[in-house]
Design a protein around this ligand. Structure first.
Ligand code: NOJ
Length: 750
């Protein structure tokens, strides 16, 4: 039977597998010609000098001692590096050129946590595609993204780079980002290799302090932290990066369980693995090895293919092979993983970058996509008495206040090495443009920076607020307060911002609070002083225009939280998919600290799981986000009350726009497995979709679930699907009330 009888997907994958087979043959042929030294050379990733090729780097490339260079984005310099590699090294092997292109290149998209709030995989793909094209125009062929660490501790500064707390959402968006960077084919112009990082467990760094130790029981590791990585591997991610952290006493960079058992044996992945910056050398700093030589040995035998920045492989692998501690077969596997990426990228055919083949950076179409993403990422957390949208025609004076209202740089967020603040539109500029001469727009900074404790700017800000019809207050965190190594122990608004907001609120003028931040902040106290709160994260280049358009109703908010917002820092970790416990908290059992009688007795029966001073609920739940309309969910029905092991159930719900304006709603489906081989989360996101509803429109939305969606790792650490009862909720957030249930039955056992 010819190919024409096969479904289209099979035909495509057949030719892809032919190409993969031919790449494997080319790798074998090349390996055959390589000396041990040249093989080890491929494993070295070296930092660039920035804009020129220093002699030591030129020599190293010529001599085949470099496989990759990171942090060079001057295209002429990159072309010269590639020319040296291709024309002047013995085997002419081109270089991987790595760069942290995390949420845009020159055009900056919202931080990944903001992109997660869009709940739109296609939008994440589009942002990554544009970033890839802008980066590729500079000769970059490999980015260190997506970061798919599960982040349940917002003290950790790197929560900004993540897609939030949920394994399913992170997996879907991580795979979407991989597809954006890598395109349909890595060899296409404008495709660059992606890197799923940090493998694995980094998000569990103790006390939310970066680089800190992690202790994650294997069952939680498999059910939570590893799931997005599996999704990225399934999406064909070209590379993975190991984490700086240690996991249950074994640094991730030398962790044979993660790198051998899970990645290679269970998942059968042949992606290339790179260390993090000097994380091989740091194995000795962890106290895991005695010296660099042992670090090289441990990382190599665990399966780290390339060493970023440090030189333990370059210095010691050859002698480790001579001493027969590392086999040449191991070396060949590592080098194959590296060469595979180079072949897939098409670098052996052409390593030269011609920037004229690319759309210019910050092209209007790129800025438009960044604008759309910024609009979709903003989450409306509060909107008392329909304080928003504002109506320019009904206002005569607008006060814009705050240190982030007119700062083109700070709105870009963390990890914007190549971001260009010259492309930014700020809130103040954009409100001025939008309001035109319909009302006066005046600005007061209030505080110098988000961290300033000085109150000298208060008087003029308060005076402006008092004589204005509305205050748009733009507060939050500067970009440098989140990201790598920028963790906070207290995640309330920093500096004097809360005091400023209170003073402004005391004027009685309507206050609309916009927050730009790299993490969910603990805002219980703050939000009381605003009529409306729009959470904009760090929204990127077009953030100001997006925010102005949202505030004035040109567009409507549709973002939903990808992470739970605590009331106070001490509630952390607080996430929706927690376990039920044997003593789950209830509103009936909750006792507030102030309600305890003096000299009250302890009782041996105890109580339930809550904090005396903070309760047990978050300020805003995962999945939550308001709109300028009002959405109702009705008639949750299922196609059956019973699902067999090879069956499926379709759940349907009516989603109704009962409010005054059109709306884009993200409909979410959650499941609870009532009894499990291991205790199961009280709810798990299993599916979501976005629907547009005109005023008064009703749409029927359906989701189909199969037993595969219910699989989890049990006590034997194997993926299982267990018969039993399940609850299902569909709604607009993780506290959705509309619920049904079904039973999964093992028909074979009958
Ligand atoms: C260290 C960070 O942990 C990692 O995420 C990044 O990609 C590398 N440095 C390279 O800059």
């Amino acid at each position: 039977m010819g190919d024409s009888h096969l479904p289209h997907g099979r035909v495509v994958s057949q030719s892809a597998s032919l190409r993969a087979a031919s790449i494997e043959q080319q790798i074998v042929a090349l390996l055959d010609r390589m000396s041990l030294r040249e093989k080890i050379g491929q494993m070295a990733q070296v930092n660039a000098a920035g804009g020129h090729v220093p002699d030591h780097l030129r020599d190293a490339i010529r001599e085949g001692r470099v496989g990759s260079v990171l942090n060079e984005v001057d295209v002429d310099t990159v072309n010269e590096l590639q020319r040296i590699a291709v024309e002047e090294s013995r085997l002419g092997i081109p270089l991987l050129i790595g760069r942290d292109v995390i949420h845009g290149f020159a055009t900056v998209f919202p931080i990944p946590l903001g992109q997660a709030a869009t709940w739109q995989p296609a939008m994440v793909t589009e942002g990554a595609r544009i970033a890839a094209q802008e980066a590729a125009a500079h000769g970059v062929n490999w980015t260190f993204a997506p970061m798919i660490d599960i982040a349940r501790d917002p003290r950790w500064g790197r929560v900004a780079e993540s897609f939030g707390e949920d394994p399913y959402l992170t997996g879907v968006l991580g795979a979407a980002m991989v597809r954006g960077f890598q395109g349909n084919d890595l060899a296409e112009t404008g495709s660059i290799a992606a890197c799923a990082k940090h493998f694995a467990g980094y998000g569990a760094s103790e006390s939310g302090r970066d680089y800190n130790t992690t202790n994650i029981p294997e069952n939680e590791l498999r059910n939570v932290y590893l799931r997005p990585f599996k999704a990225a591997v399934d999406a064909g991610v070209a590379t993975l990066m190991t984490s700086f952290s240690d996991l249950d006493g074994v640094p991730a960079t030398a962790n044979t369980f993660l790198l051998r058992q899970v990645l290679r044996e269970e998942w059968r992945a042949n992606s290339m693995v790179v260390s993090d910056w000097e994380s091989i050398r740091q194995l000795a700093v962890h106290g895991f090895t005695e010296n660099d030589r042992e670090s090289a040995y441990q990382a190599a035998t665990a399966g780290v293919d390339m060493e970023m920045a440090s030189t333990t492989y370059a210095d010691h692998l050859e002698s480790l092979v001579k001493d027969k501690r590392v086999t040449e077969q191991q070396i060949n596997t590592m080098v194959s993983n590296i060469l595979r990426v180079k072949f897939r990228l098409g670098l052996f055919d052409n390593a030269h970058t011609d920037p004229s083949r690319f759309t210019a950076v910050a092209d209007p179409s790129h800025l438009r996509a960044a604008y759309d993403a910024a609009v979709a990422s903003a989450v409306l957390l509060k909107n008392d008495d329909w304080a928003l949208p504002l109506h320019a025609d009904e206002l005569s004076s607008v006060a814009v206040i705050g240190p982030l209202a007119d700062d083109p740089y700070e709105q870009l967020g963390t990890w914007i090495f190549d971001g260009d603040a010259a492309h930014s539109r700020t809130v103040l500029q954009s409100v001025r443009d939008l309001v035109g001469d319909r009302a006066t727009v005046e600005y007061a900074r209030g505080v110098q920076t988000t961290r300033s404790t000085g109150t000298e700017g208060f008087d003029s800000a308060v005076e402006l607020a008092a004589r204005s019809d509305v205050v748009i207050c733009v507060l939050g965190e500067e970009a440098i307060l989140s990201g790598e190594a920028h963790c906070r122990a207290d995640i309330t608004l920093p500096g004097a911002q809360d005091a400023l907001l209170e003073a402004i609120a005391a004027t009685g003028t309507k206050v609309v609070l916009v927050i730009m931040a790299g993490r969910p902040l603990a805002l219980e106290h703050t939000v009381k002083h605003a009529h409306a709160v729009l959470y904009a994260w760090h929204p990127g280049s077009m953030g100001g225009k997006a925010i102005a358009d949202l505030l004035f109703g040109v567009v409507s908010p549709s973002g939903k939280l990808p992470v739970t917002f605590p009331r106070v820092t001490g509630q952390i970790p607080i996430y929706y998919a927690h376990k039920h416990t044997g003593k789950p908290a209830t509103f009936e059992s909750f006792t507030h600290i102030e309600d305890i009688e003096p000299r009250a007795h302890q009782v041996s029966v105890g109580n339930t799981s809550f904090h005396l001073d903070a309760g047990f609920t978050p300020l805003y739940a995962f999945g939550f986000g308001l709109s300028y309309s009002h959405v109702e969910y009705e008639h949750l029905l299922s196609s059956s009350a019973v699902m067999t092991m090879n069956g499926r159930i379709t759940f349907g719900v009516d989603v109704v726009n009962a409010g005054p304006r059109p709306v884009d709603e993200t409909v979410q489906l959650y499941v609870r497995d009532l009894v499990g081989d291991v205790t199961r989360p009280v709810k798990e996101l299993k599916a979501f979709t976005r629907v547009h509803l005109e005023r008064g429109e009703r749409r029927h939305v359906e989701f189909t679930i199969t037993p595969r969606d219910l699989a989890f790792y049990g006590r034997a650490q194997r993926l299982i699907v267990e018969p039993g009862r399940f609850h299902v909720w569909i709604g607009g957030h993780s506290n959705a009330e509309l619920r049904t249930e079904f039973e999964l039955v093992d028909d074979h056992a009958r």
